[in-house]
Design a protein around this ligand. Structure first.
Ligand SMILES: [Zn+2]
Length: 396
């Protein structure tokens, strides 16, 4: 008998009821989660390692990613997010922080060579996985660490970075952000256009999550290979939340052969949570500007920093609504998973609380009528197809 939490009641009212934990998912769902290659393109473990170190090879219940739960959930390829903020970029710290986060991932692999391996190419998945390893790939969230030096793109490729999210919360040297107060470049900057071409040349996927409407379109048009959205849901379900992707841009990304990786965080999948978060972003921006003005004027600044809102309970069905709509708009070849585990303060769909929970995701897809071959694509096949295309084009 499972407890009927508010979130589960919501689920019962709207579709898939989920299970008290992933181990209770039907055998068929658990088997698919174990057998199929699951790729999650957005897990924020490295930044967390720097702030609150843990040995993620061992059970770490305070976090959403660790080795034992990754294996229990059937996770095969975990993109570790090498994340730097707009503030860190503006303070000139982004390059240093990115390198240190990559070091932290390498140290995790070196500490547990029996549990983890670094994945640099999609063709190595089968070989490296032997012995039940979880493969760690690197995705750099924010192009800030590139600075204004194009040669750093190849340098990050040499360190293993296989996608770069061109910008984050604010406009940067490369691109406009979805969440800045006004556009600076009306899309990509001239330098940003060079960065995209260089990423194509060396074989780094272009990630358009966090970008403005125009920047997404321009990046997809300019790139000679498919682009990805590593963790973005649909604005259709969160009207006014610019961080999510418009139906129009879903079609733009798909027409190019790309893939939209759906996140599990409440702020992405729920209109009320997205609204509250967008308000906090605006308050934080006003706070930042006021604080800066006070510093420049040499005046004391005592205003309290805006608090994060508490998200309402959300359900796995809201994640599936995003999957269904992307399939309707663009087809099943253009959707995948980018959970944002360890990146959203624990505010996630009720049934998707950690990397142990992919069997719930599989069970829900089955209940919505997805066939095994399609589930395989959604879980990781689509992303591996794009990555392979990007790598092959770079070799030519
Ligand atoms: Zn993000």
């Amino acid at each position: 008998m499972k407890l009927l939490t508010p979130a589960l009641l919501v689920s019962l009212a709207t579709g898939f009821a989920g299970f008290a934990n992933a181990a209770e998912a039907p055998e068929a769902a658990r088997r698919i989660a174990q057998d199929v290659v699951i790729v999650d393109t957005h897990i924020d473990a490295p930044g967390e390692l720097l702030d609150h170190w843990n040995d993620l090879g061992l059970p770490t219940p305070t976090r959403q990613f660790d080795y034992p739960r990754a294996r229990a959930g059937g996770l095969d390829v975990a993109f570790m997010s090498i994340y730097t903020s707009a503030d860190e970029d503006e303070r000139g710290e982004a390059w240093q922080i990115a390198q240190t986060q990559i070091d932290a991932v390498e140290a995790m692999v070196a500490r547990h060579p029996d549990k983890f391996a670094l994945l640099r190419s999609p063709k190595d998945v089968q070989e490296l996985q032997r012995g039940n390893k979880v493969l760690l790939a690197l995705g750099m969230e924010n192009g800030g660490p590139i600075g204004d030096d194009l040669s750093k793109v190849a340098a990050f490729h040499a360190r293993g970075v296989r996608y770069i999210t061109l910008a984050h919360g604010r406009n940067n040297r490369i691109s406009d952000s979805a969440t800045d107060s006004a556009p600076r470049w009306n899309g990509l900057s001239p330098f940003g256009r060079e960065v995209v071409k260089e990423m194509n040349r060396v074989g780094i996927m272009v990630d358009v999550s966090h970008l403005s409407e125009a920047a997404i379109r321009q990046a997809a048009e300019l790139s000679s290979v498919p682009v990805i959205a590593s963790h973005s849901a649909l604005r259709h379900f969160t009207p006014g939340f610019q961080r999510n992707i418009s139906d129009e841009n879903v079609k733009v990304i798909a027409a190019k052969g790309g893939v939209i990786q759906v996140p599990f965080g409440s702020i992405f999948i729920d209109a009320q949570a997205a609204n509250a978060y967008a308000n906090v972003l605006r308050e934080r921006e006003a706070y930042r500007v006021a604080k800066l003005a006070a510093e420049v004027a040499g005046k004391p600044f005592t205003a309290p920093e805006p608090n994060s809102p508490v998200a309402p309970p959300t359900s796995i069905n809201q994640v599936f609504d995003n999957v269904d709509r992307i399939v309707q708009l663009a087809g099943v070849d253009h959707v995948g998973i980018g959970s944002d585990f360890d990146g959203v303060n624990g505010e996630l769909a009720a049934e998707l609380q950690s990397v142990a929970d992919y069997p719930q995701f599989v069970a829900g897809l089955q209940q919505r009528g997805y066939k095994d071959a399609d589930i395989r694509k959604i879980l990781g096949g689509n992303l591996l197809r794009v990555w392979t295309e990007v790598e092959n084009a770079a070799k030519r």
